[in-house]
Each structure stands twice: as C-alpha cells, then as structure tokens.
Design a protein around this ligand. Sequence first.
Ligand code: MG
Length: 203
Amino acid sequence: MKLICIGRNYAAHIDELDNERPTEPVVFMKPDSAVLPKEQDFYIPEFSEDIHYEVEVLVKIKKVGKHISEKFAHKYYDEVGLGIDFTARDLQSKLKAKGLPWEKAKGFDGAAVVGKWIDKNKYENIDNLRFSLLKNGEIVQNGHTSLMLWKIDELIAYVSTYFTLKKGDIIFTGTPAGVGRVVANDYLEGTIEEERIFTINIK
Ligand code: MG
C-alpha cells in the first residue's frame, strides 16, 4: 500500500507558504509505515521543533489501474475520508532550500493520519464537500473540495500516468490554508460536513 500525496492544491495555502503556483500537481509519497495506527496518539518526533498539521481529504483506491482517464476515474474509488499530512516544517524548509527530497519531513512514522472511510455515495458531489480541522475545540482549517486546483478525478488520472494505482492505495489531496503547529497536549478533530472523521491526541 502506498500513500500518494498532493502538494499545493489550494491557492490560499500556496500563498501562506509563499510557494509558487504549480502548472501541474506536486506529487510526493509517504511509506506505509507513516500511517499512524488507529487509536494511537501522535508523538512529536525528537528531530523537529515545528510539526505542522495539514488536514486533507483522502481517497481510497479500490482496484488496480494505470493511465486512468479522468472520465473513468470515479470507477476506481468508493470511499473518501479525511486525514492529516503531518509535516516537520523546519526540516522540510531546510531540505527545500537545498533542493533535496522531502521524505524525512513528510514520511516519518505517524506522519499520516487516516480517519474513518465514508461511502462516497453518501455525498451528492465529492467536489462540493466542506471539511474542517479543529484544534482544542477551535476551527483552525476550513476547506472546500470545490477549491482544489485539481479535482479528485483529475488527480487520479494524473498520478496514474506515473504510478500504477493498487487496491488500498490512499491519495492525500492537499491541504487548504490555515496550517500550523502542534504542541504536546493538543487535541485535533477532523470533520467532513460536520461529521467527525478522526480525533488525535498530541503527545
Ligand atoms: Mg499536504
């Protein structure tokens, strides 16, 4: 199982990190060992002083596919979810400045929170979903899938031209604006359309 992550997919988040707007999706991977086991707390790793949350809509691939056209992409997933792309921002900034790969900053153990899965048919249109992240009960990120630069089906078509998608693979579709730091004792809660999808204690 692989985790395929999209960066810079929301204009307001690109601006807040002072990044350039990409002309095609930014893609990176996390290893399967990055998935935070269910019900487990997130422990801030000792190598970072600046762990950021990034709440993202997730898509679970249900069958193998390569060179999937956008028109048929919807046939490759039945479930959507919500998770966090935890990022060691200090480490990522150093690596970015040197033009080096981000993996250590994005793929460390526990860096991928995967919440519960929801049948996509529960929603009228997955390109029209509201989602939020609450930190200690206050909303810190508000997102809407209509604001993605590349929509879910476009992302599936794009990434499948490079990587064969397999059953169980998860796509992290990028974060909206409002990313920020977590510290020990924070409590995070992610929602789609007001429904709670995950909760995480930070240690
Ligand atoms: Mg992200």
